[in-house]
Design a protein around this ligand. Structure first.
Ligand code: DGJ
Length: 730
């Protein structure tokens, strides 16, 4: 492991666990990408660049005598615009004279142990310097005094390279960043499939995969949030890549706002992948002496298919992205009142639900939306974070204490980034929301977005939330965010900085979250944005779990949770059992089916527990007791996908402990089919040399038999929406 610089051939060889990445300085300082893939011992230019005179690919001025040298044909590390490369650049800058051409050349580099934090931004981290090594390459455009520092970190224990870029204006004029992406890498072929996670509200992170074609293929967000619609994740897969075989290059953006993730296949069938803050409606004025830091991209290489890629992301994010005391703690089983009551509740009703929960062994009660201001529907009160005495006459403190007396923890919902037009806050500060002068303000769910690019607004919402957290015995916070940005502008920024608003908002939000989460380290924070609209690594840096989707239907959840598991650890996924018919899709499934899907994540309940039958209560009680036994395995074990809901009627997945002494297998079948083939499920991730007992039976099978021969799905599970579970111990 490590980063080696060979001064003779000006080559950087970055080695992570089993992967190598090679960068070379050519000519008068251009940075060329030579290799990324399986680890090699030493790089000696076996794939040396071929010099060809390609028509219409011009030559930079200093090399005009050499018609074979063009940036248009060079595989680069951080390409620029304006001097012979006609593909999309990694950044673009406008000077005071209006021109947009820059020319970065290598100036120096440093290599150091460990990894430096990114100021004001979420990022992966190390706990000891030996875990990683970092290379910082300083590129310079000496004409204008611009420096761009490209940062690369390799991890000892992971097939991971993280990248970001830092712009420093050492010139005398101000510069305008028109785009500033975090990374770019040029592959020398296009023999890939493009995989991404698309979706919608209540339908997040569905897997889509198609061959790369010439031209540009991209996913992005322009919504001011990473979004339900596209996750900030793409992967290039070698054709034929499966769960267990094949090469993958995966990219995930550690950011929660507008992003761009794109692959461009050029005329010579090279592929350029870039990722970063979406340049659409973005610019950033960099005055002399100022610095702009881009967010981080996590790049994972796998030679062993999608399963291995996911386990790399899971382990890295669980241990070196998520922070705080809950990182390594088992997460409580909760009951949330949202789908039980919506806005229509009083203290008595809440205590009845909490009491029913505590009798079933549930550990945490969460009071959702509707406890503040005059919030009887979604038309008012966001911003007025004081208790509604009509609903809760004895106050929050009293309610929380009563819940605690039942032996449960108390959690509370907030939506601190928003303001209702019908609120005292908005009446007092109508300029505190994102808006554009003289334009009407579009509403969504009857709400506007507070302008977190402003320090005064950030300070006020931090104070309001902290006041409540300091005075009520709260152990959990659900941090919601329920609309996307329109009329993006700030009353506090000058005209030439208006396009900075969306990114400044993210910086403000991250600061608020940093202050609040570190001030209350005993509180478990769960982020939410209409379910999984901000399920991204940026949020996970501050809040260790996410409400995966507002869709709680067990069948819809198979795809949502399977797609989410591609990148994000199981322990980060909130998954609740809700009432039937389901409130989003009106489907009815059994309590067992709902329980087994929810137990494949961070288990919770979101229904009126006072209204379920005695028989159902008994099932819930058993589920809760069972989950307490297996949750360590689910939340901190290794996850293996066995059958994909995107490929058929059946879904299956498996969790195993690190030492492979225990595993749990979940099988789900959506529809009963006539003359269906009998299914045998081959297991993965278990130890082929161990003997496993199927808990609750006398069956003992070899790990080899379970893996190579497989387990028969019992034929006696009848009807639609069925599930089956095997719990194995060696
Ligand atoms: C959207 C969330 O995703 C729901 O779980 C719930 O908290 C509502 N907001 C409350 O308004």
């Amino acid at each position: 492991m490590g980063i080696h610089f060979c001064s003779k051939d000006k080559t950087f060889h970055l080695q992570a666990k089993d992967t190598s990445y090679v960068v070379e300085i050519v000519r008068d300082g251009y940075l060329v990408h030579n290799y990324w893939g399986r680890k090699i011992r030493k790089y000696s230019h076996s794939n040396f660049l071929q010099s060809l005179d390609r028509g219409f690919s011009g030559n930079p001025y200093q090399h005009k005598e050499d018609r074979t040298f063009s940036l248009d044909t060079l595989p680069q590390e951080y390409p620029q615009y304006g001097n012979t490369d006609f593909r999309k650049p990694a950044y673009q800058i406008q000077l005071e004279n209006g021109s947009t051409v820059t020319d970065l050349k290598y100036r120096s580099h440093i290599i150091f142990k460990g990894k430096a934090p990114l100021e004001g931004l979420p990022a992966t981290y190390v706990e000891s310097e030996d875990e990683a090594e970092t290379l910082e390459i300083t590129m310079e455009d000496s004409l204008i005094g611009l420096k761009v520092i490209l940062s690369y970190t390799v991890f000892e224990q992971f097939n991971v390279i993280t990248r970001s870029a830092r712009f420093v204006n050492e010139g005398e004029e101000s510069l305008k960043l028109l785009s500033a992406l975090s990374m770019s890498v040029d592959f020398r072929d296009a023999d890939f499939e493009f995989l991404h996670l698309h979706g919608a509200h209540v339908k997040e992170r569905h897997i889509e995969r198609q061959p790369l074609r010439h031209g540009i293929q991209l996913v992005e967000s322009t919504r001011g949030a990473s979004s339900h619609q596209h996750n900030p994740f793409i992967a290039l897969l070698r054709k034929g890549t499966t769960e267990d075989t094949g090469e993958i290059y995966a990219f995930n953006f550690v950011y929660s706002g507008n992003f761009l993730a794109q692959a461009e296949v050029d005329q010579f069938s090279n592929t350029r992948v870039t990722m970063g803050i979406n340049p659409f409606d973005f610019s950033w004025k960099l005055e002399a002496g100022e610095v702009f830091q881009t967010p981080e991209v996590v790049m994972v290489y796998s030679a062993e298919g999608l399963g291995d890629m996911s386990r790399t992301f899971h382990e890295l994010y669980r241990t070196r992205l998520v922070r705080g005391s809950y990182r390594d703690q088992e997460r409580p089983i909760l009951v949330n009142n949202w789908e039980a009551t919506y806005f229509d509740f009083n203290a008595e009703k809440i205590l009845e639900i909490a009491n029913a929960g505590s009798e079933l062994g549930i550990e945490l009660f969460v009071l959702d939306d509707g406890w503040f201001g005059k919030r009887d529907n979604d038309k008012s009160s966001l911003g007025d974070w004081f208790i509604d005495r009509q609903k809760l006459p004895e106050g929050l403190d009293n309610l929380a204490s009563k819940v605690k007396d039942m032996g449960m923890e108390f959690g509370l919902w907030f939506e601190p980034e928003m303001v209702s037009v019908d609120s005292d806050l908005y009446r007092e500060h109508p300029d505190w929301c994102l808006h554009v002068p003289k334009r009407l303000r579009s509403e969504s769910r009857n709400q506007l977005i507070l302008d977190l690019s402003r320090e005064d607004v950030c300070e006020e919402i931090t104070k309001q939330v902290c006041d409540i957290l300091a005075n009520v015995p709260i152990s959990y916070v659900k941090w919601d965010m329920n609309r996307h940005m329109t009329e993006i502008g700030s009353a506090a920024l000058p005209a030439d900085r208006q396009r900075e608003t969306a990114h400044r908002y993210m910086l403000g939000l991250y600061k608020v979250m940093e202050t609040i989460t570190t001030s209350f380290p005993h509180i478990l924070f769960e982020s939410c944005s209409g379910g999984g609209g901000r399920f991204d690594p940026g949020m996970l840096f501050y809040m260790p779990q996410v409400w995966t989707s507002d869709n709680t239907d067990a069948i819809s959840r198979l795809k949502i949770q399977y797609g989410t598991s591609l990148v994000y650890p199981i322990v980060t996924m909130g998954a609740h059992v809700s009432a039937v018919p389901n409130h989003q899709v009106h489907r009815s499934t059994s309590m067992e089916m709902r329980g087994n899907v929810a137990m494949s994540g961070n288990l919770g309940y979101e229904l009126d527990l006072t209204k379920i039958t005695g028989e159902e209560k008994e099932i819930v009680k058993q589920q809760v007791a069972h989950y307490k036994e297996i949750r360590k395995l689910i939340q901190f074990g290794d996850f293996y996908r066995l059958q994909s809901p995107f490929e058929g009627n059946e879904t299956a997945w498996l969790f195993t402990t690190k030492d492979k002494s225990e595993a749990i297998v979940y099988y789900f079948r959506v529809l009963a089919e006539p003359a269906a083939p009998t299914t045998v499920l081959k297991l993965k991730g278990i130890d082929v040399t161990k003997q496993y007992q199927v808990i609750g039976t006398d069956y003992v099978f070899g790990g080899d038999e379970l893996s190579y021969v497989g387990l028969s799905i019992p034929a006696n599970i009848h009807g639609d929406f069925q599930s089956y579970v095997w719990h194995l111990k060696s």
